[in-house]
Design a protein around this ligand. Structure first.
Ligand SMILES: Nc1ncc(C[C@H](C[SeH])C(=O)O)cc1Cl
Ligand SMILES: [Zn+2]
Ligand SMILES: [Zn+2]
Ligand SMILES: [Zn+2]
Length: 304
Protein backbone atom coordinates (compact mmCIF):
# COMPACT_ATOMS: atom_id res chain seq x y z
CA UNK A 1 0.00 0.00 0.00
CA UNK A 2 1.31 3.49 -0.86
CA UNK A 3 2.76 5.76 1.83
CA UNK A 4 4.23 9.25 1.54
CA UNK A 5 6.51 8.50 4.46
CA UNK A 6 7.90 5.26 3.08
CA UNK A 7 9.90 4.32 0.04
CA UNK A 8 7.48 2.81 -2.48
CA UNK A 9 8.31 0.25 -5.16
CA UNK A 10 7.64 1.04 -8.82
CA UNK A 11 4.31 -0.81 -9.08
CA UNK A 12 3.03 1.11 -6.05
CA UNK A 13 4.22 4.42 -7.50
CA UNK A 14 2.58 3.71 -10.87
CA UNK A 15 -0.72 2.85 -9.14
CA UNK A 16 -0.35 6.00 -7.05
CA UNK A 17 0.17 8.25 -10.08
CA UNK A 18 -2.90 6.79 -11.80
CA UNK A 19 -4.99 7.33 -8.66
CA UNK A 20 -3.86 10.85 -7.82
CA UNK A 21 -4.65 11.92 -11.39
CA UNK A 22 -8.05 10.22 -11.35
CA UNK A 23 -8.95 11.74 -7.98
CA UNK A 24 -7.79 15.27 -8.88
CA UNK A 25 -8.71 15.58 -12.54
CA UNK A 26 -8.98 19.38 -12.35
CA UNK A 27 -5.37 19.69 -11.26
CA UNK A 28 -3.49 16.53 -12.30
CA UNK A 29 -3.35 14.57 -15.55
CA UNK A 30 -1.10 11.60 -16.36
CA UNK A 31 0.55 10.84 -19.66
CA UNK A 32 3.48 8.72 -20.78
CA UNK A 33 6.83 10.30 -21.51
CA UNK A 34 8.03 7.09 -23.16
CA UNK A 35 9.07 3.54 -22.40
CA UNK A 36 12.31 2.33 -20.84
CA UNK A 37 14.89 -0.07 -22.26
CA UNK A 38 13.15 -2.96 -20.52
CA UNK A 39 9.74 -1.77 -21.73
CA UNK A 40 8.40 -0.11 -18.60
CA UNK A 41 6.25 3.05 -18.95
CA UNK A 42 7.85 6.35 -17.88
CA UNK A 43 4.94 8.42 -16.58
CA UNK A 44 4.54 12.18 -16.56
CA UNK A 45 2.16 14.10 -14.29
CA UNK A 46 0.99 17.54 -15.40
CA UNK A 47 0.16 19.44 -12.20
CA UNK A 48 -1.62 22.79 -12.47
CA UNK A 49 -4.97 24.48 -13.04
CA UNK A 50 -5.96 24.08 -16.68
CA UNK A 51 -5.39 27.26 -18.65
CA UNK A 52 -3.98 28.47 -21.93
CA UNK A 53 -0.31 29.25 -22.69
CA UNK A 54 0.88 28.84 -19.12
CA UNK A 55 4.56 28.79 -18.19
CA UNK A 56 5.85 25.34 -17.31
CA UNK A 57 8.47 23.90 -14.95
CA UNK A 58 9.81 20.36 -15.37
CA UNK A 59 10.56 18.50 -12.12
CA UNK A 60 12.14 15.07 -12.49
CA UNK A 61 13.04 12.48 -9.87
CA UNK A 62 14.74 9.10 -9.96
CA UNK A 63 17.48 9.84 -12.49
CA UNK A 64 19.82 7.67 -10.46
CA UNK A 65 18.28 4.45 -9.27
CA UNK A 66 19.72 4.37 -5.73
CA UNK A 67 18.70 7.94 -4.88
CA UNK A 68 15.38 6.90 -3.32
CA UNK A 69 14.80 10.12 -1.41
CA UNK A 70 14.54 11.88 -4.77
CA UNK A 71 11.70 9.54 -5.80
CA UNK A 72 9.94 10.04 -2.46
CA UNK A 73 10.17 13.81 -2.91
CA UNK A 74 8.31 13.96 -6.21
CA UNK A 75 5.41 12.03 -4.68
CA UNK A 76 5.35 14.41 -1.71
CA UNK A 77 5.40 17.42 -4.06
CA UNK A 78 2.31 16.24 -5.96
CA UNK A 79 0.52 15.41 -2.70
CA UNK A 80 1.22 18.90 -1.35
CA UNK A 81 -0.05 20.48 -4.57
CA UNK A 82 -3.41 18.70 -4.53
CA UNK A 83 -3.77 18.95 -0.74
CA UNK A 84 -3.10 22.69 -0.44
CA UNK A 85 -4.55 24.00 -3.67
CA UNK A 86 -7.27 26.50 -2.73
CA UNK A 87 -6.04 27.03 0.84
CA UNK A 88 -2.34 27.89 0.50
CA UNK A 89 -2.09 31.26 -1.24
CA UNK A 90 1.40 30.90 -2.70
CA UNK A 91 0.81 27.37 -3.96
CA UNK A 92 -2.62 28.22 -5.39
CA UNK A 93 -1.10 31.17 -7.21
CA UNK A 94 1.71 29.00 -8.58
CA UNK A 95 -0.67 26.29 -9.77
CA UNK A 96 -3.01 28.81 -11.38
CA UNK A 97 -0.18 30.33 -13.39
CA UNK A 98 2.37 27.52 -13.82
CA UNK A 99 2.21 23.91 -14.91
CA UNK A 100 4.58 21.53 -13.14
CA UNK A 101 5.51 18.55 -15.32
CA UNK A 102 6.54 15.96 -12.76
CA UNK A 103 8.41 12.77 -13.71
CA UNK A 104 8.03 10.59 -10.60
CA UNK A 105 10.71 8.15 -11.77
CA UNK A 106 12.80 8.67 -14.90
CA UNK A 107 15.11 5.68 -14.56
CA UNK A 108 12.35 3.10 -14.02
CA UNK A 109 14.46 0.06 -14.93
CA UNK A 110 17.24 1.08 -12.57
CA UNK A 111 14.81 1.86 -9.76
CA UNK A 112 13.14 -1.55 -10.14
CA UNK A 113 16.61 -3.12 -10.07
CA UNK A 114 17.48 -1.46 -6.76
CA UNK A 115 14.37 -3.10 -5.29
CA UNK A 116 14.94 -6.54 -6.81
CA UNK A 117 18.68 -6.99 -6.95
CA UNK A 118 21.16 -4.24 -6.08
CA UNK A 119 20.19 -1.31 -3.82
CA UNK A 120 23.29 0.60 -4.85
CA UNK A 121 22.66 0.57 -8.62
CA UNK A 122 22.95 3.99 -10.29
CA UNK A 123 22.68 3.67 -14.07
CA UNK A 124 20.07 2.54 -16.59
CA UNK A 125 19.82 -1.21 -17.37
CA UNK A 126 20.55 -1.16 -21.08
CA UNK A 127 22.86 -3.78 -22.64
CA UNK A 128 26.21 -2.45 -23.83
CA UNK A 129 27.85 -3.99 -26.91
CA UNK A 130 31.06 -5.95 -26.47
CA UNK A 131 30.78 -6.29 -22.72
CA UNK A 132 28.63 -7.87 -20.02
CA UNK A 133 28.61 -4.59 -18.13
CA UNK A 134 25.13 -3.06 -18.03
CA UNK A 135 23.86 0.50 -18.10
CA UNK A 136 24.65 4.10 -18.88
CA UNK A 137 24.71 7.01 -16.43
CA UNK A 138 21.67 9.04 -17.51
CA UNK A 139 23.26 12.18 -16.08
CA UNK A 140 26.30 11.87 -18.34
CA UNK A 141 24.23 10.99 -21.42
CA UNK A 142 22.99 14.42 -22.48
CA UNK A 143 24.47 16.45 -25.33
CA UNK A 144 26.25 18.96 -23.14
CA UNK A 145 30.01 18.66 -23.46
CA UNK A 146 29.21 14.97 -23.79
CA UNK A 147 31.87 12.67 -22.35
CA UNK A 148 34.58 15.33 -22.24
CA UNK A 149 35.10 15.54 -18.49
CA UNK A 150 33.92 13.82 -15.31
CA UNK A 151 32.49 10.89 -17.21
CA UNK A 152 33.78 7.54 -18.36
CA UNK A 153 33.80 6.00 -21.84
CA UNK A 154 34.03 2.53 -20.24
CA UNK A 155 30.70 0.71 -20.02
CA UNK A 156 31.65 -0.92 -16.71
CA UNK A 157 32.00 2.43 -14.93
CA UNK A 158 29.19 4.04 -12.96
CA UNK A 159 29.60 7.31 -14.88
CA UNK A 160 29.58 5.70 -18.33
CA UNK A 161 28.44 8.37 -20.78
CA UNK A 162 26.82 5.92 -23.20
CA UNK A 163 27.55 5.09 -26.84
CA UNK A 164 26.34 8.56 -27.92
CA UNK A 165 24.38 11.49 -26.50
CA UNK A 166 20.78 10.49 -25.74
CA UNK A 167 21.64 6.86 -26.44
CA UNK A 168 19.23 5.86 -23.66
CA UNK A 169 15.48 5.63 -24.26
CA UNK A 170 14.98 7.36 -20.94
CA UNK A 171 17.18 10.39 -21.70
CA UNK A 172 15.90 10.60 -25.27
CA UNK A 173 12.30 10.67 -24.03
CA UNK A 174 13.02 13.48 -21.57
CA UNK A 175 15.08 15.50 -24.04
CA UNK A 176 12.38 15.15 -26.70
CA UNK A 177 9.70 16.33 -24.27
CA UNK A 178 11.71 19.41 -23.33
CA UNK A 179 12.61 20.16 -26.98
CA UNK A 180 8.98 19.85 -28.01
CA UNK A 181 7.81 22.23 -25.27
CA UNK A 182 10.63 24.78 -25.16
CA UNK A 183 8.28 27.72 -25.74
CA UNK A 184 6.50 27.08 -22.44
CA UNK A 185 9.19 25.43 -20.31
CA UNK A 186 10.88 28.14 -18.23
CA UNK A 187 12.35 25.99 -15.46
CA UNK A 188 13.99 22.61 -15.05
CA UNK A 189 14.54 21.04 -11.61
CA UNK A 190 16.21 17.64 -11.43
CA UNK A 191 16.27 15.95 -8.04
CA UNK A 192 19.21 13.83 -6.87
CA UNK A 193 20.85 12.82 -3.62
CA UNK A 194 23.02 13.10 -1.58
CA UNK A 195 25.17 16.11 -0.50
CA UNK A 196 22.73 18.89 0.41
CA UNK A 197 23.55 21.16 -2.51
CA UNK A 198 21.65 23.34 -4.98
CA UNK A 199 23.57 23.40 -8.26
CA UNK A 200 23.15 25.32 -11.49
CA UNK A 201 25.09 25.43 -14.80
CA UNK A 202 27.75 24.76 -15.63
CA UNK A 203 29.12 21.44 -14.54
CA UNK A 204 30.71 20.59 -17.88
CA UNK A 205 33.25 23.40 -17.62
CA UNK A 206 34.31 26.31 -15.43
CA UNK A 207 32.71 28.69 -17.93
CA UNK A 208 30.46 31.20 -16.18
CA UNK A 209 26.87 30.92 -17.37
CA UNK A 210 25.47 34.14 -18.86
CA UNK A 211 22.77 34.12 -16.15
CA UNK A 212 25.15 33.17 -13.34
CA UNK A 213 24.40 36.18 -11.16
CA UNK A 214 20.65 35.69 -11.30
CA UNK A 215 20.83 31.92 -10.86
CA UNK A 216 23.15 32.40 -7.90
CA UNK A 217 20.68 34.79 -6.28
CA UNK A 218 17.77 32.43 -6.94
CA UNK A 219 19.77 29.57 -5.42
CA UNK A 220 20.76 31.66 -2.43
CA UNK A 221 17.15 32.61 -1.71
CA UNK A 222 15.93 29.04 -2.25
CA UNK A 223 18.56 27.65 0.12
CA UNK A 224 17.71 30.18 2.81
CA UNK A 225 14.05 29.17 2.55
CA UNK A 226 15.05 25.51 2.83
CA UNK A 227 17.32 26.09 5.82
CA UNK A 228 14.67 28.15 7.62
CA UNK A 229 12.61 25.04 8.43
CA UNK A 230 14.99 22.62 10.17
CA UNK A 231 18.34 24.44 9.92
CA UNK A 232 19.54 21.95 7.28
CA UNK A 233 22.78 23.27 5.81
CA UNK A 234 23.05 23.48 2.03
CA UNK A 235 25.76 24.78 -0.24
CA UNK A 236 24.95 26.24 -3.63
CA UNK A 237 26.67 27.39 -6.79
CA UNK A 238 27.74 26.37 -10.28
CA UNK A 239 28.17 22.62 -10.46
CA UNK A 240 31.76 22.66 -11.71
CA UNK A 241 33.06 24.56 -8.72
CA UNK A 242 30.55 23.38 -6.10
CA UNK A 243 30.55 19.60 -6.58
CA UNK A 244 32.81 18.50 -9.48
CA UNK A 245 33.48 19.03 -13.18
CA UNK A 246 31.27 16.62 -15.09
CA UNK A 247 29.77 16.69 -18.56
CA UNK A 248 26.57 15.33 -20.07
CA UNK A 249 24.23 16.46 -17.33
CA UNK A 250 20.56 17.22 -17.95
CA UNK A 251 20.69 20.61 -16.21
CA UNK A 252 23.51 21.89 -18.44
CA UNK A 253 21.76 20.56 -21.52
CA UNK A 254 18.42 22.14 -20.60
CA UNK A 255 20.13 25.45 -19.89
CA UNK A 256 21.93 25.50 -23.24
CA UNK A 257 18.65 24.48 -24.92
CA UNK A 258 17.17 27.70 -23.53
CA UNK A 259 15.65 26.73 -20.17
CA UNK A 260 17.15 29.54 -18.12
CA UNK A 261 16.15 28.41 -14.63
CA UNK A 262 17.88 25.05 -14.56
CA UNK A 263 18.88 23.49 -11.21
CA UNK A 264 20.06 20.21 -9.77
CA UNK A 265 19.10 19.44 -6.17
CA UNK A 266 21.25 17.11 -4.12
CA UNK A 267 19.02 16.22 -1.17
CA UNK A 268 19.95 14.87 2.29
CA UNK A 269 22.23 13.85 3.78
CA UNK A 270 25.95 14.61 3.72
CA UNK A 271 27.16 11.04 4.08
CA UNK A 272 26.04 9.57 7.36
CA UNK A 273 23.41 7.42 5.62
CA UNK A 274 24.07 8.65 2.09
CA UNK A 275 21.79 6.95 -0.44
CA UNK A 276 20.32 4.84 2.38
CA UNK A 277 18.56 7.79 4.00
CA UNK A 278 16.12 6.40 6.58
CA UNK A 279 12.38 6.64 5.88
CA UNK A 280 12.12 8.66 9.11
CA UNK A 281 13.73 11.58 7.23
CA UNK A 282 11.41 11.56 4.18
CA UNK A 283 8.92 13.99 5.70
CA UNK A 284 11.41 16.60 6.90
CA UNK A 285 13.49 16.36 3.75
CA UNK A 286 10.40 16.77 1.57
CA UNK A 287 9.01 19.66 3.59
CA UNK A 288 12.22 21.68 3.52
CA UNK A 289 12.84 20.97 -0.17
CA UNK A 290 9.33 22.11 -1.11
CA UNK A 291 10.15 25.52 0.40
CA UNK A 292 13.08 25.82 -2.00
CA UNK A 293 10.98 24.69 -4.98
CA UNK A 294 8.28 27.24 -4.09
CA UNK A 295 10.93 29.95 -3.94
CA UNK A 296 12.37 29.08 -7.35
CA UNK A 297 8.92 28.69 -8.94
CA UNK A 298 7.84 32.07 -7.58
CA UNK A 299 10.92 33.68 -9.07
CA UNK A 300 10.18 32.03 -12.41
CA UNK A 301 6.57 33.23 -12.31
CA UNK A 302 7.72 36.80 -11.61
CA UNK A 303 10.67 36.91 -13.99
CA UNK A 304 10.38 34.41 -16.86
N1 LIG B 1 25.40 18.63 -14.79
C1 LIG B 1 25.48 17.95 -13.60
N2 LIG B 1 24.83 18.41 -12.54
C2 LIG B 1 24.90 17.77 -11.36
C3 LIG B 1 25.68 16.63 -11.21
C4 LIG B 1 25.74 15.92 -9.88
C5 LIG B 1 25.01 14.59 -9.88
C6 LIG B 1 24.95 14.09 -8.47
SE1 LIG B 1 24.24 12.33 -8.23
C7 LIG B 1 25.71 13.54 -10.75
O1 LIG B 1 26.84 13.18 -10.45
O2 LIG B 1 25.10 13.14 -11.75
C8 LIG B 1 26.36 16.12 -12.31
C9 LIG B 1 26.27 16.78 -13.50
CL1 LIG B 1 27.08 16.19 -14.89
ZN1 LIG C 1 22.16 11.49 -8.88
ZN1 LIG D 1 24.16 12.47 -6.04
ZN1 LIG E 1 13.05 36.11 -7.21
Amino acid sequence: VHSYVKYNDLDTINAWSANIAAQNSGLVSRSQLGTSYEGRPIYLLKVGKSGSNKKAVVLDCGFHAREWISVAFCQWFVKEAVEKYGSDTQLTNLLNNLDFYVVPVLNVDGYAYTWSTNRMWRKTRSVNSGTTCIGTDPNRNFNAGWCTVGASSRACDDTYCGSSPESERETKALANFIRNNLSSIKGYLTIHSYSQMLLFPYSYSYAVAKDHTELNTVAKNAVSQLTSLYKTKYTYGAGGTTIYLAAGGSDDWAYDAGVKYSFTFELRDTGRYGFLLPESQIQATSQETILAVRSIATHILNNA
